[in-house]
Design a protein around this ligand. Structure first.
Ligand SMILES: [Zn+2]
Ligand SMILES: [Zn+2]
Length: 258
């Protein structure tokens, strides 16, 4: 790969070179760091509260995901160096990481639980998916998070769209949606890491990939949008992953269609 040319760039978010500075190229998009913050649903203020105070001013202007800083651990461990990208998507401080993988934490790994106050699964298509799936199998409505054995976005848990704890299967619905212009590569890398964290604790992830998205991971359903046929396919994938007997225990008897 060639090194990027050293051209001053000003971004729409106001980061980078002063707009109108001599030789500066003005881009109509936000800087890579603002983009990642948006995708990980974080704010720059949140990031600034975690960096070592002497580096706050520099981080306030930062545009690069790969830039390295010193961070304060939210649980009060030692400061640790990491890139901005690692802090937003990655494994946290070494002590937290060790704790997450410790035998005590391992016992809880893979357990689904109710995380109060999560504003997830509120999109219309997710509600429809939950409804259509709920007509076929008995869904557990009181869980929305799974304990994992590593750190993910600074937490030892993940929040997939739909959980079927009886089968240890999570279902994710992905479409380009409003973030059509978002950095898909970044989102996919983070999704794959989330899937891996789940697989590590005995879960499998079925991904419904709509609206032109390509398959991602071993159990993808590529489709134009959410339909009854897609939900049928989710159930057949469950059978393939966990076997007919396990899935049949959850099936809701279907009325005969005409
Ligand atoms: Zn920016
Ligand atoms: Zn820590």
């Amino acid at each position: 790969m060639r090194a990027a040319p050293m051209v001053a760039v000003s971004f729409r978010c106001g980061h980078g070179a002063e707009p109108g500075a001599a030789g500066a190229v003005a881009l109509a998009r936000v800087c890579p760091l603002c983009m990642l913050l948006h995708e990980t649903q974080r704010s720059r203020a949140e990031l600034l509260s975690r960096v070592a105070p002497p580096q706050r001013a520099a981080l306030a202007r930062e545009t690069r995901i790969g830039a390295s800083y010193e961070w304060r651990c939210a649980r009060g461990h030692d400061r640790y160096p990491a890139t901005v990208g690692e802090v937003l998507t990655g494994p946290s401080c070494a002590k937290c990481r060790a704790n997450a993988a410790a035998p005590g934490a391992r016992r809880e790994a893979g357990i689904a639980f109710m995380k109060p106050g999560l504003r997830l699964g509120t999109s219309q298509v997710e509600q429809r998916l939950r409804m259509l799936l709920g007509e076929r199998i008995r869904l557990h409505h009181r869980v929305n998070a799974v304990r994992i054995a590593r750190m993910f976005y600074g937490k030892q848990e993940v929040w997939p769209d739909i959980l079927v704890p009886q089968l240890r299967i999570a279902i994710e619905y992905d479409d380009p949606g409003r973030s059509r212009r978002a950095h898909l590569g970044m989102k996919e890398a983070s999704d794959l890491e989330k899937d891996e964290a789940l697989r590590e604790v005995g879960w499998e992830v079925i991904r419904i990939r709509a609206g032109g998205l390509e398959a991602l991971g071993p159990h993808s359903i590529v489709c134009r949008g959410l339909t009854v046929a897609v939900v049928d396919e989710v159930v057949s994938l469950m059978r393939r992953i966990r076997g007919d007997a396990a899935v049949e225990r959850l099936l809701i008897p279907q009325q005969h269609a005409v």
